[in-house]
Design a binder for this molecule. Structure first.
Ligand code: FAD
Length: 337
């Protein structure tokens, strides 16, 4: 095997499932490059699977200096035990300083296992990453106390410094077909058959929601009042050619599907315009919308915290204001045709 320093100090787990929608690996490569610049190292993506060369090329095109690939038929499906075993071997062999994964369902499942095996720490669901200028340690910003506080976390004594990161908090680099990077195939060694095997996986057929890329989002909270009222938000979003987002109570009430959740446990978005209706402004929600360029808030409570972050606030009843807004937009769309 090659010498450790040739394998980069900052590793990112390559989660290529649902590649065109799940961009968190690309976002981490971009941030990883910033961090690697500070500590003077390279960014390596760890890619496990079968027939995955195209993804290795994609990662290079999006900024990876190096892609370390294990390509075997038995890695075709995501298998927690097998993946953990390979990653443990490679970490012990090549000793990265930092290892990051997206806080996806898979990252949340296997990264804690890996951290435990390696006897190191792990911060979950980070919303920012930096290098502490004094200590040179990875400064991991993670929600804590149920999201009431953002905590700065460091891993001073054990390696690697591991974190899962919330999708959407960093911006991916543009695709550069001329980018140059190395693709290497380190030894994997013998693999014990896993005790649990995933036989196959199938994508659930749902309408695809592109909240991350939306330029306009109309988001609603409990204050919208009912499923019927919430449908008005879909009409508004259609008129504005935008998408619909929601707070947790809306998802729990079944007024919108879970992929529309914004916030700490949902998506972080960066639209040009976000209209937020009947949302009090809880930190767990506003974490997901603070990247919006302009925020217009509608709420009947003039003291609602959402008004503190809004660029424009309308105090009023959603039941009255939403139909008025819809009529105004319909007229505008009709006259602009
Ligand atoms: C660990 C953890 C993680 C969480 N993650 C998330 C997350 O990712 N995303 C998320 O959204 N939440 C999350 N939450 C929940 C979060 O704390 C809040 O409870 C939630 O965001 C509140 O949603 P809301 O604003 O819709 O409801 P509420 O806080 O109940 O606010 C409703 C608002 O509607 C207004 N209103 C009521 N009636 C009307 C009307 N007729 N017209 C106009 N305004 C009206 C009220 O004045 C109020 O401001 C999390 C909580 C925990 C503990």
């Amino acid at each position: 095997m090659a010498v450790n320093r040739e394998m980069g100090k900052i590793w990112i787990f390559g989660d290529y499932r649902n590649y065109f929608q799940n961009r968190v690996t690309l976002q981490l490569i971009s941030r990883g490059k910033d961090l690697a610049g500070v500590i003077g190292s390279e960014t390596a993506v760890i890619l496990l699977g079968h027939d995955v060369h195209q993804y290795a090329m994609e990662y290079v095109a999006h900024g990876a200096d190096l892609v370390m690939v294990a390509d075997r038929p038995e890695l075709k499906e995501y298998q927690v035990e097998t993946y953990t075993a390979i990653l443990e071997r490679w970490v012990r062999a090549f000793e990265p300083e930092i290892f990051l994964a997206g806080a996806t369902s898979f990252g949340r499942e296997f990264f804690p296992r890996l951290a435990k095996r390696l006897g190191t720490g792990l911060s979950a669901d980070c919303v920012d990453l930096d290098i502490d200028p004094e200590s040179g340690l990875l400064l991991q910003t993670a929600p804590s106390f149920g999201g009431e506080l953002l905590a700065g976390v460091v891993t001073p004594a054990s390696r690697p410094q591991m974190a899962t990161v919330h999708p959407g908090v960093f911006q991916e680099l543009p695709h550069d077909a001329g980018a140059v990077g190395r693709i290497v195939y380190p030894e994997v060694g013998d693999l014990a058959p896993p005790r649990v095997r995933l036989l196959h996986s199938r994508r659930q057929e749902t309408h695809t929601v592109h909240l991350e890329d939306a330029a306009i989002i109309v988001a609603g909270g409990r204050g919208v009042g009912s499923r019927e009222q919430f449908r008005l938000l879909f009409e508004l979003a259609d008129l504005l050619e935008g998408e619909v987002g929601a707070t947790r109570p809306v998802i729990l009430s079944g007024w919108a599907r879970p992929e529309r959740l914004l916030g700490q446990t949902g998506m972080s978005v960066k639209p040009r315009l976000l209209i937020t209706v009947g949302t009090s402004g809880a930190l767990q929600y506003t974490t997901g919308i603070e990247g919006a360029e302009t925020i217009i808030a509608i709420d009947r409570d003039p003291e609602a915290p959402i008004f503190k972050m809004a660029d424009l606030g309308l105090v009023g009843d959603a039941k009255v204001l939403l139909p008025l807004l819809r009529e105004a937009l319909r007229k505008r769309v009709a006259t602009s045709r």
